[in-house]
Design a protein around this ligand. Structure first.
Ligand code: SF4
Length: 713
């Protein structure tokens, strides 16, 4: 690495990896980013994790796509090609932009003209900017003429957002991560922050040092446990049992905040009635936590000065993910632990811009700022704003779209063409054998990306796009901070900015857009999005972001500093009160049995991010974690007769992978954990596509598997 004093220029931006949103400075020399430094941003105060500091050289990887590519005539979309394919010259030929855009945009239009407006769908990206997300959903709604637009929020926090919109009227966090400085208790559930939100974890550890009590609730005991006051290693799939036992304790022991309930909550009586069967004594054998511990933690939560709940995908990725989040909302509400410093709700968002992409309307049932497409008022407003008729019917979600591709020809909603921008469903979707089969079955698949991903290998046309440091744009982090990233270098070869490509596709679909002005029209798109989001980011102008780098919403005017804490006096619901929603135990879709006796949990790890398309092409990160491993308890390893490093085969009813064993005694007996970033052992070949009925999120955190010694890793 080259020291900052010898570089040609320094360019300020935001880390492109996780939702923490650390501010960074790129050091550029000879048109390459040679090192990265942390800036004093509100989310990180100069701190960076290994990904932000050492992971940026993925952009210079020789595998970057530099030319538009068109599938060669007669080359089948053979799913076997996915396994580690490095050379694709036998599949694709290079093309000009003109030709590729005609095949892509012109081809999508032809399908719509031939079969009607239900046959197309688009996946946008949480790794791109707010402006790209906004324009992508506008393309689907006004060009495809339907609402079949979604992105990876469906795979991470869709159930949390469903519960939050229902309960408190807003899908975002109530308090920012750094507000744990004011917490006397930090309640972490279904989250492995030192791996997945490492800089956020530093705030938790610092809070613990000054005396805050961390409670870690998770089936796997991870590093943050070292800093915990209490740990509750509950059995996988028993979140509702454990949380209802806490709610029961608060109510039964007279610890509920009666003033808060009286003045700021609805439906308390229904909640109280529902938890009657959920005493800690009855729930202890179900969730595996002693009744005394459940009572002790519940008492402390209710009586401590300020308690914040932060949660990850361990809560959301279940068929009862929405119920899990409903319990968390109920817990903070009946104890009055919300709407004040150090007290509130924080779903830790995964990707750098998953919050912003959702806010911008990259979801099938909502226009920008969570205005429902089937709400007549919102529908009429957007028809006027975009000056075009719009479909009233909510679109299909990620997994539903895969099923609509394989629907019979007689289905009027059968999907025949897709535009995938910066997502990799051939790795990230559950039950990959089905998802890959579906993607291969499309009449036309257009993929826009920076690398030849597993999804791109199934495409008819591949459009080479720009990495985050190669373009200007804004992203919104887990804390509701809108932050600006500046362009540091040009994209390689003929690769183009994503916003330009989306506009070209729109043009070929017959739309007449004209975004010009500052930053090649990006500022104009941002300004239109700001209007579409109504009041939420009204005060966050492009010019203000250029000056301040980061502004928190809601922000109503130029003078408004933004509101780090919301719900101080009312919630965003119609009557300003929180809606308490009782939840009952719903078992996982696929429980272990004698044939498939283990439980598989999937997730991320510190060095690799999501499907690995970026981090596995980053030299340092790939050197630290070069291969897929399955974490399992030492006693299970002994019983299976394997040692660390041995290969085992993990099999479910849907598929199997061969993978090296890693000992992890934090993983309980009967459970294994596989990260989903490795194409060689794609965890999602095994996972179950059963959905939470409200959030439509798949059950990535629970399915039944069997293990056998040996196999092909
Ligand atoms: Fe980037 Fe997240 Fe690491 Fe911060 S914590 S440097 S945002 S990956």
């Amino acid at each position: 690495l080259i020291g900052s004093q010898t570089v040609d220029r320094k360019v300020d931006s935001v880390c492109p990896f996780c939702g923490v949103g650390c501010q960074i400075t790129y050091n550029v020399k000879d048109e390459k980013i040679v090192s990265v430094e942390g800036r004093d941003g509100p989310a990180n105060h100069n701190r960076l994790c290994v990904k932000g500091r050492f992971g940026m050289d993925y952009i210079h990887n020789p595998q970057r796509l530099t030319k538009p590519l068109i599938r060669k005539a007669g080359v089948a979309k053979d799913e076997a090609l996915l396994e580690g394919k490095q050379d694709w010259s036998d599949i694709f030929r290079e093309a000009t932009w003109e030709e590729a855009l005609e095949v892509a945009g012109g081809g999508l239009k032809k399908l719509k003209d031939q079969y009607g407006n239900k046959v197309l769908a688009g996946f946008g990206s949480a790794k791109g900017s707010n402006e790209e997300a906004y324009l992508f959903q506008k393309l689907v709604r006004t060009g495809f003429e339907n609402n079949n637009v979604d992105h990876c929020t469906r795979l991470c926090h869709a159930s949390s957002v469903a519960a939050l919109l229902e309960g408190v009227g807003s899908g975002a966090v109530s308090n920012q991560v750094n507000d744990v400085e004011h917490s006397s208790m930090i309640f972490l559930i279904g989250s492995n922050p030192t791996a997945n939100h490492p800089v956020a974890a530093t705030w938790f550890k610092n809070a613990a040092k000054r005396g805050a009590k961390i409670v870690l609730c998770d089936p796997r005991m991870t590093d943050i446990a070292k800093h915990a006051w209490r740990t509750m290693q509950f059995k996988p799939d028993t979140d509702v049992a454990m949380l209802n036992a806490m709610i029961y304790t608060v109510i039964e022991e007279g610890l509920a905040d009666q003033d808060f309930i009286q003045n700021r909550a609805n439906n308390f009586e229904a909640l109280k009635e529902n938890i009657k069967g959920y005493s800690p004594e009855a729930m202890a054998p179900i969730c595996g936590i002693p009744a005394e511990t459940l009572r002790e933690v519940a008492r402390e939560f209710a009586t401590t000065k300020s308690a914040m709940i932060l949660w990850g995908m361990g809560v959301s990725q279940h068929v009862h993910g929405t119920d899990n989040a409903r319990c968390l909302i109920a817990l903070v509400s009946i104890t009055g632990q919300i709407g004040k410093p150090g007290s509130g709700l924080h779903p830790l968002r995964g990707q750098n811009n998953v919050q912003g992409a959702s806010d911008a309307g990259l979801i099938p049932m909502m226009f920008p700022n969570y205005q429902r497409v089937d709400n007549p008022e919102a529908h009429a407003w957007f028809e006027k704003f975009w000056d075009t008729p719009l479909d009233k019917k909510p679109g299909y979600t990620v997994v539903e779209i895969m099923h609509k591709i394989t629907a019979p020809d007689s289905d009027p909603d059968k999907i025949r063409g897709m535009y995938v921008e910066g997502e990799n469903p051939a790795m990230s979707d559950p039950d990959l054998n089905h998802a890959r089969h579906a993607l291969a079955a499309l009449d036309l698949l257009v993929v826009q990306d920076i690398f030849m991903t597993e999804t791109a290998l199934l495409a008819d046309v591949v459009l080479p796009a720009s990495a985050w440091p190669e373009k200007v744009g804004t992203a919104s982090n887990t804390d509701r901070m809108v932050q600006m990233g500046k362009k540091a270098i040009n994209p390689p070869g003929d690769a183009k900015p994503d916003l330009w490509i989306i506009q070209q596709i729109a043009k070929h679909m017959g739309l007449n857009w004209d975004y010009q002005g500052a930053d090649d029209g990006v500022a104009a798109v941002y300004d239109e999005m700001r209007q579409a989001m109504h009041a939420a980011i009204n005060g966050i102008t492009w010019e203000r972001l250029e000056k301040e780098s980061s502004v928190t919403y809601p922000c109503l005017s130029a003078e408004d500093p933004g509101r780090p804490i919301v719900f101080n006096d009312k919630f965003d619901t119609k009557d300003g009160k929180v809606k308490l929603v009782p939840a009952d135990i719903i078992p996982a879709n696929e429980r272990p049995d004698t044939e498939y006796p283990f439980v598989l949990i999937t997730g991320r790890q510190l060095e690799h991010w999501h499907t690995g398309s970026m981090t596995r092409r980053a030299t340092v990160l790939d050197a630290i974690e070069p291969m897929a491993t399955v974490s399992m308890n030492g006693e299970d390893m002994t019983q299976l007769g394997v040692s660390a490093g041995d290969v085992i085969t993990v099999q479910s009813r849907r598929g199997e992978v061969g993978i090296h064993v890693r000992r992890d005694d934090g993983t309980p007996r009967g459970v294994i954990f596989i990260p989903f970033a490795y194409y060689e052992a794609a965890a999602n070949l095994i996972t179950n596509s059963a959905l939470d009925p409200f959030g439509k999120i798949p059950e990535f955190k629970y399915c039944a598997v069997k293990l056998a010694k040996g196999g092909q890793a």
